[in-house]
Write a protein that binds this ligand. Structure first.
Ligand SMILES: [Zn+2]
Length: 122
């Protein structure tokens, strides 16, 4: 979770800027003695956020990944800025969908191999 080596240093918690896009982010301590850059000013419902990416604040102001699954209906959460950052590639949010896409890619290749009668579009 500490994947922001090029991020701001020695600023402590609070408002910082994304090293990739420059937009303001919230730099928050985690229960794992690390830091996470959270998207400011938004708290989506937890159930619309992929399970490993739901951050919630605990009583001392630090954050941790919300582990209740399925989430409580009206539970809100924070998300990492990197999920919303236009300057960073989107991580693998739904692993089972990525597996399905990979498998479908193989199916397409197999169909192409067995469809020799198709006219050459060249
Ligand atoms: Zn950014």
């Amino acid at each position: 979770m500490g994947d922001f080596h090029e991020g701001p240093r020695r600023l402590g918690g609070g408002r910082a800027c994304c090293a990739y896009c420059g937009l303001p982010v919230d730099r928050v301590a985690t229960l794992e003695h690390d830091w996470v850059l959270l998207e400011p000013d938004m708290e989506p419902l937890a159930h619309i956020v992929p399970a490993e990416h739901r951050w919630i604040e605990v009583s001392d102001g630090r954050v941790t990944v919300y582990g209740v699954c399925p989430p409580v209906q009206d539970q809100r959460c924070r998300i990492e800025h990197r999920l919303a950052c236009s300057a960073q590639p989107l991580p693998d949010l739904w692993p089972w969908l990525t597996i399905l896409r990979t498998e479908n890619g193989r199916r397409v290749e197999r169909r192409a191999d067995s469809a020799q009668e198709w006219p050459d579009a060249g």
